[in-house]
Design a protein around this ligand. Sequence first.
Ligand SMILES: Nc1ncnc2c1ncn2[C@@H]1O[C@H](COP(=O)(O)OP(=O)(O)OP(=O)(O)O)[C@@H](O)[C@H]1O
Length: 614
Amino acid sequence: MSTQSKQSKPGIEQDSQSGQRFVYQDDELIDKPFDWNQLRRLFGYMKPYARQFLPVIIIMMFVGALTKLTVPLLIKYAIDRAITPKDGNLLLTIMGIMLGVYLIQWTANTFRIRYTNLIGQRVIYDLRHDLFSHIQKLSFRFFDTRPAGSVLVRVTNYVNSLQDLFTNGVVNLLVDCVQLCGIMVILLTYNFKLGAAIIITVPLMFIISTKLRLKIRRAWQDVTIKQSRLNSHLNECIQGIRVTQAYTQEKENIQYFENMNMVNRLAWNRASMLNQSFGPIIEITGAVGYCILFWLGAHMIETKEISVGLLVAFATYIGYFWEPITRLGQMYSQLLVAMASSERIFEYIDEKPSVAENEDAGELPNIVGHVKFENLVFEYEKGRPALKGIHLDVKAGQSIALVGHTGSGKSTIMNLLCRFYDPVEGRVLIDGHDIREVTIQSLRSQVGIVLQDTFIFSGTIRDNIRFGRLDATDAEVEMAARAVYAHDFIAELPQGYDTEVQERGNVLSMGQRQLISFARALLADPRILILDEATASIDTETELKIQEALKTLLAGRTSFIVAHRLSTIRNADKIIVLDHGQMMESGSHEELMRERKIYYGLIHAQYKFLQDAV
Ligand SMILES: Nc1ncnc2c1ncn2[C@@H]1O[C@H](COP(=O)(O)OP(=O)(O)OP(=O)(O)O)[C@@H](O)[C@H]1O
């Protein structure tokens, strides 16, 4: 299978033909001993509901198990006391009792299943809630290193795979244990010799099942890894469908997906075949038990040690006896799947945000917007510095333009100002407060950002603008939209501000999306505003309008504009030129043009490009 072919690094899967396309970081294969602590932690999720539901479940479980155990005894009495001596009345009475016993059993089971489902659903709900809310708090660094699909799969599939364990597994385990113990006690009490002879086959089953356990466990882990990879690929393909179609790569994508799908199917087949082999193997061991029973039992009937009724009852018990053992075997693999899934879920829940809030972090008071970068050094990956000692003092209300070649570190400085990452060395001060010493919420609520990749959420246009400040009135939303010249195009939409836009705003043009994110940022009314390449996809006419709007709106705010286009940066109070993470020049447009260095070169190149284009 081509997709299985190369493993360049442990845990990394590459496409075999292209070598480079679609490289996925796999979840490591978990091969640790059974982790009781983790199991305890998982079951800790049942704790809040234990008091409310467990007593009923346990009572119902005992009632169900005990009524089931009485049936073979009733059969024994029916054979020995009613059928053999031909006592019709007694037989009818026993039948009546049996019917009653079945009714009680059915009622107990119904309630038990209902309450177990209630607990199970709540546990799954809580677990998913914990996982999702924790992921929301994780830092950019976490998402830098993981494909979105593999994060998705943990919140959906891995949590779902615990459903069986909590809705059936746990209680079935208890029911089976009670039933198993009950049968053993009855067998040994009614006839120790015959009972012991049957029970002796149990170790045989355990030896066989232990051998299978390891294989089953590994096979299920393999399935979860393959599924995660499939999800990552699927997510990427859907997100990138436009590029795929533009470059007519659909065939290659389908082929690659087919391979992955096949690998996934094979992994499932293998795991489920191993799983299914568990039952028949136990049944064969069960057959050994029947052989012992009938061989020894027939002999004991002859010597009058036991009655025919007891032999039939024992045979029925053997049926009951192997059933829970089979289920326990299945339960074990269910538990292993759950362990593999929960290990991955807890791995995320335990992940500490790399940008953590100090325990004694205070609120950042209302700021005026004085920003100071002190010797900022930063690297995304060890040994590859993205910023090398940035010093910058920005007075409140100043507008700063950051320019430089692509990859020179402009966005990185802004990432540090918003505290999406922490610097390796140096610090960022706002009004004299080190931003690592204030709460993240109080910092980010005063720093507005319009990212290069403007994100539009599913919902109405109004909701999307209101994302900047949830308590803004409709009038305020409209005012912000008017200020950035977004109102006109919104008003032309069929439902105006109430027009529904789907995820990522697919029905809007790039420029329209940017205008909406402008309005969003303005509504938030931050003292510091960051515009990251925000004007790149707006036509010249709109851009001129926006320049005008921004002039009034930025008045009194500290602003950082990351842009390549001359018109955007010309009006800035100060222009900072970056190169390979270093600050090379700083000054006004005129000053830097006089210096005739990097900035001069950049502007010159842009003019030349524009002239050539005309
Ligand atoms: N998430 C990331 N993980 C690893 N490296 C990164 C990451 N983001 C940026 N880099 C690297 O850091 C350096 C600076 O990137 P940055 O995004 O700050 O550049 P930029 O000047 O904003 O570029 P552009 O003008 O193209 O947006 C680049 O070498 C880039 O490859």
